[in-house]
Ligand binder design. Structure first.
Ligand code: SF4
Length: 67
């Protein structure tokens, strides 16, 4: 197990990256930052709930738990 710190980019890479603003943020990077800081929950990103993003969603959940 690595104790490497999770960066906002690690989270961003697993987001849909459509900048659709449905989460209330201006773009996915802003959402990634708030998710990392605990200011937003992963459920805030509707796109991430789509089946095609299931694996990426799991990756993010792992990162958030391990931080
Ligand atoms: S809802 Fe998800 S895809 Fe849309 S801007 Fe927010 S983080 Fe990005």
């Amino acid at each position: 197990m690595s104790d490497q710190k999770i960066s906002v980019f690690d989270i961003y890479e697993n987001l849909p990256q459509t900048n659709c603003k449905n989460c209330g943020e201006s773009n996915c990077m802003a959402f990634a930052e708030k998710l990392l800081n605990g200011q937003k929950g992963i459920g805030g990103c509707a796109g991430l709930r789509e089946t095609v993003f299931a694996d990426k969603r799991k990756e993010i959940l792992k990162m958030i738990d391990e931080k």
